[in-house]
Write a protein that binds this ligand. Structure first.
Ligand code: ATP
Ligand code: MG
Length: 568
């Protein structure tokens, strides 16, 4: 392709709403343009990159034995109503009505529709195991669309669904997808970490996420360098930490603590350490109220709590008026003593002695509290967030934490959707059974942003050959020089004939401008045709190399072809 004909509207200025590098660079390099919040158009470069990500995914899904189909994005409400997700998705589902007032949505994910397809089309148990997938546009009215295509409201997802006769079959199907995902993300050039993920309170026997570690990632992960343990924060198992508390069974004391609310203020007031306090937080779990307790220096893990209490819809902080009603005190003075709702204490709280809690009386705290003497929690469980330096639950070495971008998610669903929608089969002995499902997603468009987060420098995008929009660029330094133009054209035509996706920068621009643009848009290999071309010498430079090297024209062409073909 000739640069003079290619729509590459590069920008000098960074759009003001672009916060992270991948977003800034995709805008500056003319990959994407914003149409509305979380809605983007793909220009030629962005689309080519997207198609390459799709191609790699498609090849590996096919290799793993999955079959591609395509469901609509505009979906009737019924299947989502049957599964309950018409309501569960809440405001994040784009809902609309047709001219006859019938309910539709724009598909946020397609478990229901794939389940329905299998109900309608599969005739015999002999057809299982079966894995179906699609690469389709998804719609989610995200609460905070941001970071460009990283978290958008319209995005492309590869979603696959496996259908098996039993749990052992699901394990196998899941393993195949796991292996395919490893190959996909490796081919995309992503440095990824596989983490154990939460599979929710309802059904599901296992789930893993493929994360790209990055400071801009919106997920938090805990990992151990000593062994292979890695988990999403939501799931990471916490080992109680031993702390020193005052010895003996000190007498419970109610202390006046006027205007002292936060843990920091309490630490100052009592002249002690945060871990000597236990905080009590009141939550609304579906339609009941519960209290959760963690040590003062810890945070409650709401996902663990939600799963523990079997909360189906929503777990949220109790409204202040309910806190007042339940504790007879202003917010900030809640404690377990005398509280008439379920109290769930973290494992570490169970190991505390002579500690300090809110007294359910405005302006008062209790000190020297001892569990089982002064109050008895209804449940003791791991409900806290893991932190840096915590012991690894597998090997005991210190845990590290990092932010991660979730690029893929694989999930053993079990019978959640097959039961809700009635996907059953009759086995060889005539017995009726429920089909066991798994689901497997990849954020296709998010992968591009993740790849750029991992690959950029001061000059712009640095993409691997496998997904860069074009593989090479030939730059004549001065297109008024006939010889330079002629040789550049020849190299360009030759590389094209050898199957290389190559650009020719034939624009009447200064060489510096052309080099800048080639770097900005992330072309992995550049051949510059300058003054020495008459002697048969050109400059050859990889996007990742510090500087260019001189080569003969034939060497440059041969090496370019070899380099690129090896990277595919
Ligand atoms: P997140 O926690 O980031 O909102 P999710 O867990 O809700 O994602 P899944 O339902 O697991 O997402 O979807 C499968 C994949 O689709 C994710 O792993 C992610 O890569 C991608 N994805 C999800 N939401 C978005 C979005 N708003 N924009 C771009 N990609 C997305
Ligand atoms: Mg997910």
């Amino acid at each position: 392709m000739r640069m003079s004909k290619l729509l590459v509207p590069t920008l000098r200025e960074v759009p003001s709403d672009a916060e992270i590098m991948s977003h800034k660079l995709m805008m500056r390099a003319g990959y994407i343009r914003k149409l509305s919040s979380g809605i983007y158009s793909y220009l030629n470069l962005g689309l080519r990159c997207e198609r390459k990500v799709e191609k790699i995914i498609r090849e590996e899904m096919d290799r793993a034995g999955a079959q591609e189909i395509l469901m609509p994005a505009l979906l009737p409400a019924e299947a989502y109503q049957a599964s309950g997700r018409w309501d569960v998705f809440g405001p994040s589902m784009f809902k609309l009505k047709d001219r006859y007032e019938r309910d539709f949505c724009l598909g946020p994910t397609h478990e229901e529709l794939f389940t329905q397809t299998v109900i309608n089309e599969v005739r015999s148990y002999k057809e299982y195991p079966m894995t179906l997938y699609q690469i389709q546009t998804k719609y989610r009215d995200e609460a905070r669309p941001r970071f460009g295509v990283m978290r958008s409201r319209e995005f492309v997802m590869k979603d696959a669904y496996s259908f098996d006769r039993d749990a052992a079959g699901l394990d196998e199907s899941y393993k195949k997808m796991y292996d395919a995902y490893c190959r996909i993300f490796t081919r995309l050039g992503l440095d990824f970490t596989i983490v154990d993920a939460d599979s929710g309170a309802m059904g599901g026997s296992g789930s893993q996420e493929f994360m790209v570690k990055s400071p801009v990632g919106e997920d938090s992960i805990a990992y151990c360098d000593a062994c292979n343990y890695a988990a999403n924060y939501e799931k990471a198992q916490c080992i109680p930490e031993k702390k020193e508390f005052s010895e003996g069974d000190l007498a419970l004391e109610k202390v006046e603590t006027p205007d002292v609310h936060t843990i920091e203020e309490l630490v100052g007031f009592f002249g002690t350490e945060p871990y000597v306090f236990a905080k009590t937080i009141i939550y609304k779990a579906d339609d009941k109220y519960i209290a959760a307790m963690v040590r003062g220096d810890r945070e409650i893990n709401e996902v663990k709590l939600k799963n523990l209490v079997g909360c189906v819809d929503d777990l949220e902080l109790a409204e202040p008026f309910m806190v007042r009603q339940l504790t007879n005190a202003e917010v900030g003075f809640a404690g377990p003593i005398g509280l008439e709702i379920e109290v769930i204490a973290d494992l570490e709280v169970a190991e505390m002695k002579n500690f300090i809690i809110g007294a359910n009386d405005t302006g008062y705290h209790y000190k020297n509290v001892n569990i089982n003497r002064d109050f008895t929690p209804s449940k003791i469980a791991d409900i806290r967030v893991i932190s840096d330096g915590d012991k690894c639950p597998v090997c005991g070495q210190p845990i590290k934490t990092a932010q991660g971008i979730e690029v893929g998610h694989i999930f053993k669903l079990g019978t959640k959707y097959s039961e809700a929608l009635g996907l059953n089969y009759t086995d060889e002995s005539g017995e009726a059974k429920t089909v066991i499902m798994g689901c497997y997603g990849i954020g296709v468009t998010r992968c591009i942003a993740a790849a750029i987060e991992q690959g950029y420098d001061d000059n712009g995008i640095v993409l691997p050959v496998a997904i860069a929009p074009y593989q090479a660029i030939v730059v004549p330094v001065n297109n008024k020089e006939e010889e330079q133009m002629k040789i550049a054209e020849e190299i360009y035509e030759d590389l094209k004939a050898q199957g290389i996706e190559v650009l020719l920068d034939d624009r009447a621009e200064r060489a510096g401008v052309k080099f800048k643009d080639a770097d900005l848009i992330g072309i992995p290999l550049r051949i510059v045709v300058g003054k020495k071309c008459g002697e048969g010498i050109v400059e050859y430079k990889l996007r990742t190399a510090e500087s260019a090297v001189e080569k003969t024209i034939d060497e440059a062409k041969a090496e370019a072809v070899e380099y690129i073909k090896n990277k595919l």
